[in-house]
Design a protein around this ligand. Structure first.
Ligand code: SF4
Ligand code: SF4
Length: 71
């Protein structure tokens, strides 16, 4: 399911706590809505499966910052 980019989804996103986010010095988040990070992050672990939006929007897969937005 597509995830909207709004205040609710940005507040719920737990990307900032994830190892990929931290090791690649990412600054955005909500990549399931935004799509890939321009920083071309290296995979170091993904927190998406623990995110409240994952169940709420019936997401599948992970590493939205690398693979692109959920559809
Ligand atoms: S599912 Fe992942 S990318 Fe989407 S808001 Fe949650 S932690 Fe961020
Ligand atoms: S999409 Fe996954 S890997 Fe990328 S920053 Fe968010 S939690 Fe981390």
């Amino acid at each position: 399911m597509k995830v909207p980019l709004n205040q609710d989804t940005m507040m719920k996103c737990i990307c900032p706590g994830c190892p990929t986010f931290q090791k690649n010095e990412l600054t955005d988040g909500t990549y399931c809505a935004m799509g890939v990070s321009e920083k071309k992050p290296e995979m170091k672990g993904c927190n998406c499966l623990s995110c409240p939006l994952y169940a709420e929007y019936n997401l599948s897969g992970a590493y939205f910052c690398i693979h692109g937005a959920a559809d």
